[in-house]
Design a protein around this ligand. Structure first.
Ligand SMILES: Nc1ncnc2c1ncn2[C@@H]1O[C@H](COP(=O)(O)OP(=O)(O)OP(=O)(O)O)[C@@H](O)[C@H]1O
Ligand SMILES: [Mg+2]
Length: 506
């Protein structure tokens, strides 16, 4: 359908046009149009980025004396859409034109069929996230293999629909029997039930408590959980944990504390009753430390033991992650240090198990895993933060190397500028929703290749539930209306006034 004619000077990146009478209703921001390229006759696709309306009777300078009312505003007034060229169809995707567009060329509305063809992906291996913003009839698919191998980021200011969109993604991945693990700091996902798939909920207390084997904690994890650990205590802990690892198949805090008590007795000159560890080793260790250090470390380990998460045996990885299963790790009852440690330990376990299976051929963990981290700026922050965040290292590692072992990462954040830039730039697909904060916009533009100035400019205008999806999992970067979810999740806006009114009646 012809909707207008190219005017003015054109470039290889864009052009402007005037609208044919009666076609105004088709000309909206985000709409797809096409023109024929001079010389080749290729059908060049573009997207309307801007619509300028000027009136020759009311030029800019005229504004000072403007009196609306006795002026017929429509006379001599014409809207001029500005189009950004996307390219013409080639086997490998869209290719930018080389010859240019002639002024005077006819401008057409792109047929649904053409857009469908360009955005098409094999339904068996892709996720339907929604439809093109301006065309409800054109579905948008993203490649599942790609988002899991090359990771994805869901970025937007608060309340724009990140978690909702992640919910849609979860539904789609479960249709493909996915193995998904969500780290959920606000307990928003615990009610998510997807028909035909299993949901497993873990927390840090109560009946669904996650259990982590004490032997998987490293000294850094201990130091993270015990912020007031002194340097000598840390050294002693390191040696004690390494003894425990050497002389016991598996151990818990009681065993670690037991070793420390033996060291205490050795220091104190008492007789030693040891079972596993040779007396001499304990006596050697005792020489290096003071009684007060040993005592203080035992008290700190007592505090850790009371958290109840770290035990002799942990929840088996095969239970935590399985095909056709959504696992929600509810961290809403956990403090930040414990949350960081749980994320670090579980991600490390998954990564190591997959590495063993894929690379060394010795492991048994057959399940490629997709890990979703909500509030990712807290768990993979930029290094400028004042303290080391223990989960950052492994999240960085997964972002960098996960592809080789089938461990995918989805980071979700409302403060992109606080995210580690390596993690962000390794996420090759971006689902970006409304962002107004200039620092966040600028940071995304710098860190993410596929996000150009032009995309950033569109971000403040996006509506709730609307996203720009770009990157390797999609064939063309497009504004998308995220589809409705078939399941419900928590975290919806609270009707504040409704709650006040309700409570005032009690
Ligand atoms: N595509 C959509 N269709 C319908 N409703 C939506 C859509 N996206 C979001 N919403 C609604 O918008 C509200 C906010 O969405 P959501 O909780 O996903 O935001 P968020 O970006 O995760 O916010 P926060 O940063 O606070 O976690 C919810 O009430 C949700 O139901
Ligand atoms: Mg959310």
């Amino acid at each position: 359908m012809e909707i207008g004619q190219v005017i003015g000077a054109t470039t290889l990146r864009g052009f402007r046009f005037v609208i044919k009478e009666g076609m105004e209703k088709h000309v909206t921001r985000g709409e797809f149009v096409s023109v024929k390229e001079a010389v080749t006759g290729n059908e060049v696709l573009g997207i309307i980025k801007e619509i300028t309306i000027s009136n020759e009777l009311l030029p800019d300078e005229f504004g000072r004396d403007l009196r609306i009312g006795d002026i017929v505003l429509n006379e001599g007034e014409y809207p001029v859409p500005t189009v950004k060229i996307l390219g013409y169809e080639e086997d490998r995707g869209l290719e930018l034109p080389r010859h240019g567009i002639k002024p005077g060329s006819s401008v057409y509305l792109v047929e649904d069929e053409v857009l469908k063809r360009i955005l098409w992906q094999d339904e068996k291996k892709s996720a339907c996230i929604g439809s093109v913003s301006t065309r409800e009839t054109v579905p948008v698919y993203i490649s599942i293999n790609d988002i899991i191998s090359r990771h994805c980021a869901v970025l937007a200011m608060t309340g724009s629909g990140k978690s909702y969109t992640v919910g849609v993604l979860i539904e789609e991945l479960l249709k493909k029997k996915g193995a998904l693990l969500v780290f959920d700091p606000h307990g928003e996902y615990k009610n998510l039930v997807v028909e035909g798939a299993k949901t497993k909920l873990y927390g840090v207390k109560g009946a669904n408590k996650i259990m982590i084997e004490t032997s998987s904690l490293r000294t850094g994890d201990y130091a993270n959980l015990i912020p007031d650990l002194s340097e000598p205590q840390r050294d002693l802990l390191e040696e004690t944990v390494s003894l425990a690892g050497k002389f016991y198949d598996k151990y818990d805090f009681d065993i670690v504390k037991n070793i420390l008590s033996c060291v205490y007795d050795a220091k104190d000159g008492r007789e030693l009753i040891t079972d596993m560890i040779p007396e001499n080793t304990l006596k050697e260790l005792a020489k290096k430390v003071s009684l007060s250090t040993i005592g203080a470390l035992i008290r700190r380990l007592d505090r850790l033991a009371r958290m109840g998460v770290f035990e002799m045996d942990g929840t088996p990885l095969e239970e935590i992650v399985a095909v056709n299963q959504l696992t929600v790790m509810d961290l809403s009852d956990s403090d930040e240090r414990l949350s960081e440690t749980i994320i670090a330990v579980l991600c490390r376990k998954i990564f190591d198990a997959r590495k063993q299976y894929v690379k060394d051929g010795t492991g048994t963990f057959k399940t490629p895993t997709f890990i979703i981290v909500e509030e990712a700026h807290n768990f993979a922050p930029r290094s400028t933060e004042e303290r080391q965040i223990i989960s950052r290292g492994i999240l960085k590692r997964i972002a960098r190397e996960g592809r080789k072992f089938g461990v995918g990462l989805c980071i979700v954040s409302q403060r992109p500028s606080k995210l580690d830039s390596d993690v962000l730039s390794q996420c090759n697909t971006q689902i970006i929703m409304k962002i107004v904060n200039p620092a966040d916009q600028e940071y995304i533009r710098q860190s993410v290749e596929s996000v150009t100035e032009d995309v950033v400019k569109d971000l403040p205008a996006l509506a709730r539930g609307e996203a720009i999806i770009s990157g390797s999992a999609i064939r063309l970067s497009v504004p998308v209306k995220v589809r409705h979810r078939t399941t419900t999740v928590g975290g919806e806006d609270i009707d504040i006034v409704g709650e006040w009114m309700k409570n005032s009646k009690n």
